[in-house]
Design a protein around this ligand. Structure first.
Ligand SMILES: [Zn+2]
Length: 342
């Protein structure tokens, strides 16, 4: 079933192309936002972002937080307030301590309006309004860089304290202390805030800052599509061809070819298709290739002038197993909406 996805990331409280007169985000079956809903985790930024997302015409709206959305990471925010206790006035501290509650209220309102804010890392199963099956892996976690929300200690600095651990933390101290090993084969789309190592992850300083653990897990699970943001200057798309004989091999992504294919800011929308009937489609071999999209809308100077992405893909109809899992996901999200879990 032909399905249209609208993919954005790193809007930081702004609307894509807010300076372009008459521009509005197009209708899609599914909206994907890969995190950094805000810059400072301020309540007005969440309000602005969710109002922008409410305006978008899409049957399914999936959103994850990013490292800037730290108020949604309970452990991180507790640590931050603890650090502020030393110098902040009682009034200032009180407003900081109050903010998670107020942010949660805003998030719950958005959830009631059909915006699924996925804070828990894991796999979610859906049956779309067009009848297609859609399996999504979501994770807001990125490697530590400074002191931000939803981050874990990097593998190269095991002395750093891990903050905001999730239930899926890896216990192997020789590696990252966070794990993405719950990313499973058969995933239609993975949405993470950060890139995997070596793919659309190059900073202006030419450093590759993606996560090696995520790269390993993506390489093993080989989702059809993996989208993210986080590294604003690396917006673009890439196709990786995996070595199916040896999932540990990393040599098959040719970064020179795949990197920076898009030209951020040059067109208002970037459009890609995986549908065979489209003349310009990307011929993606399922289970052997993955399409990556770094959908960061903000450039490095925090202007919302990099293109949102439209992706058309064919999705199959669900089998009984998927229907059962979609029912479980529905119950889980209903419980989250009812406030039974964060
Ligand atoms: Zn960002």
């Amino acid at each position: 079933m032909r399905t249209r996805l609208l993919i954005i990331s790193d809007t930081h409280g702004s609307t894509p192309f807010s300076s372009a007169k008459g521009f509005s985000l197009p209708k899609a079956d599914v909206l994907i936002h890969c995190g950094d809903l805000t810059t400072k985790s301020e309540l007005y930024e969440y309000e602005a972002t969710f109002n922008m997302l409410r305006e978008i015409d899409a049957n399914l709206k999936l959103v994850i937080p990013g490292n800037h959305d730290g108020v949604l990471d309970t452990k991180y925010w507790d640590d931050l307030c603890e650090a502020k206790r030393r110098w902040a006035s009682p009034f200032t501290l009180a407003t900081w301590l109050q903010r998670p509650h107020d942010a949660h209220t805003i998030v719950q309102k958005a959830r009631h309006d059909g915006i699924h804010v996925l804070i828990g890392q894991g796999t979610y199963h859906f049956i779309l309004a067009n009848g297609a099956k859609f399996t999504v892996y979501a994770s807001p976690w990125t490697p530590a860089y400074g002191f931000w929300g939803f981050q874990y200690a990097d593998v190269e600095d095991s002395s750093t304290d891990t903050i905001g651990r999730s239930s899926s933390d890896c216990t192997d101290n020789n590696r990252l202390r966070h794990s993405f090993s719950d990313l499973q084969p058969g995933t239609d789309l993975a949405m993470t805030h950060g890139p995997p190592y070596g793919i659309l992850d190059t900073t202006h300083q030419q450093d590759r800052v993606g996560c090696r653990m995520l790269r390993e897990c993506v390489q093993r699970a080989r989702p059809r599509v993996h989208c993210f943001g986080h590294i604003h200057e690396a917006a673009g798309y890439a196709v990786a061809t995996w070595d199916v004989q040896d999932e540990k091999k990393t040599g098959n992504v040719n970064d020179e070819i795949v990197e920076n294919v898009s030209q951020p800011g040059k067109g208002l929308l970037r459009q890609l298709s995986l549908c065979e009937q489209d003349a310009t489609h990307i011929d993606l071999e399922e289970g052997r290739q993955t399409l990556f999209i770094n959908a960061a809308v903000m450039d490095t100077r925090l202007r919302p002038d990099q293109s949102p992405w439209i992706l058309d893909m064919d999705l199959p109809f669900p089998d009984e197993e998927h229907k059962r899992k979609a029912n479980e996901t529905g119950q889980l999200l209903a419980a989250v909406r009812a406030g039974e879990s964060p």
